[in-house]
Design a protein. Structure first.
Length: 335
């Protein structure tokens, strides 16, 4: 990795997202699972989701979203690529170098960050760290997950919730007082609760299990719901405090799109009005590491996110992992 002399604060300079073309709505799911459009809508806020087909992989989605973010930034010039994903194309190696090569960025530093649904916030901190250390001046950060590939297609407790997609941002070195300057951060984990959301087999500890269910993602939904709400609220409060913001200063809350009720409950715990939420879960489902940048893309497109807005960002996911950050929204047009 080239070492650059100047250091700075990471500033958001480009934004893009991509969803695979295949759309599955709640009615289609209801035809093959013991569920209903009404249950899914009222319990999660989701109406439809985009899913990968055999010809679309995490790398493919990351290339699409990354290319759009580079266009939005107006420059191909980046010196590192961080890919937040829990579903790399192969178990080994990381997928980021393949994304970099496909985007014509071969040669730059490229690596994956796996914090599952918190991946985007963790990767933002990682990318901001590269910039702060002077190790990079411009970073392409992509959150991409083909999470549906981890699911048991017959499991009604997970299939309705997840979708696939990719979202990306370009970060450049800048100054703390600029619009788009990212931070402060707050990041946490609790590995004691890893079993709440887990694919038990397929990793180094147990390559193959005699029980096929061990190769699928399992989730203890209600327990996860409670942790997600409490942790996102807690982390958001810490970030507000570090930023010197009161609740009244926050214009928008961009939270991980896991469940509309989690977002609403988090806003309520924080004392934020429900209309401060940036929400696109209705049409995407939970896209794991892609969910926050995809919500940002839709927020800009529908005018919910405006230049100058004070924005809180928070995520929660398997691990457990969670975290938050803040920024004043920059003038950025999704590519
Ligand atoms: O990114 C982080 C990852 N995941 C999350 O953040 C997920 C967090 N959890 C959740 O979002 C919610 O817990 C779920 C959406 C997963 C479930 O909603 P819930 O309100 O917590 O429902 P529940 O699991 O308590 O189940 C309530 C009822 C049960 O029936 P009984 O026992 O009351 O008769 C379930 O069997 O709903 C039933 N149920 C369903 N019914 C129709 C569970 N899944 C379904 C379904 N369709 N898909």
């Amino acid at each position: 990795m080239p070492t650059h002399g100047s250091r700075g604060v990471a500033v958001l300079a480009g934004l893009g997202g991509w969803l695979p073309p295949r759309v599955v709505d709640n009615d289609e799911l209801s035809q093959r699972l013991d569920t209903s459009d009404e249950w899914i809508r009222t319990r999660t806020g989701i109406r439809r989701r985009h899913v990968v087909t055999a010809d679309v992989s995490t790398v493919d989605m990351a290339v699409e979203a990354g290319g759009r973010a580079l266009r939005s930034a107006g420059s191909q010039d980046v010196d590192a690529l961080v890919l937040a994903t829990a579903t790399p194309d192969q178990v080994c190696p990381a997928s980021a170098p393949q994304v970099a090569s496909r985007l014509g960025l071969g040669g730059i530093a490229a690596f994956d960050v796996n914090a599952v649904c918190s991946g985007f916030v963790y990767a933002l901190a990682t990318a901001a760290g590269l910039i702060a250390a002077g190790a990079a001046q411009r970073v392409l950060l992509v959150g991409a997950d083909a999470f549906t590939t981890l699911l048991n297609p017959d499991d009604r407790s997970t299939v309705p919730i997840f979708g696939d997609g990719a979202g990306a941002v370009v970060l450049r070195a800048g100054e703390q007082d600029e619009l788009g300057a990212i931070g402060p951060f707050d990041l946490h984990s609790d590995g004691d609760l890893a079993d709440l959301l887990i694919v038990p087999a397929g990793g180094a500890k147990q390559k193959k299990s005699a029980n096929p269910d061990d190769h699928y993602f399992t989730m203890q939904g209600p327990a996860v719901f409670r942790h997600a709400t409490a942790r996102m609220a807690e982390s958001s409060r810490t970030v507000m405090e570090r930023a010197g913001w009161t609740v009244g200063d926050v214009d928008r809350f961009v939270g991980h799109q896991a469940n509309i009720r989690i977002l609403q409950a988090t806003a309520k715990q924080l004392g934020l009005p429900a209309d401060s939420l940036v929400v696109n879960i209705e049409r995407t489902g939970n896209t794991s590491a892609a969910s926050i940048p995809l919500a940002m893309v839709d927020g800009v497109k529908d005018g919910t996110l405006q230049a100058g807005d004070r924005v809180l960002v928070s995520a929660f996911g398997a691990g457990l992992t969670w975290g938050a950050t803040a920024l004043r929204w920059p003038a950025v047009t999704p590519g």
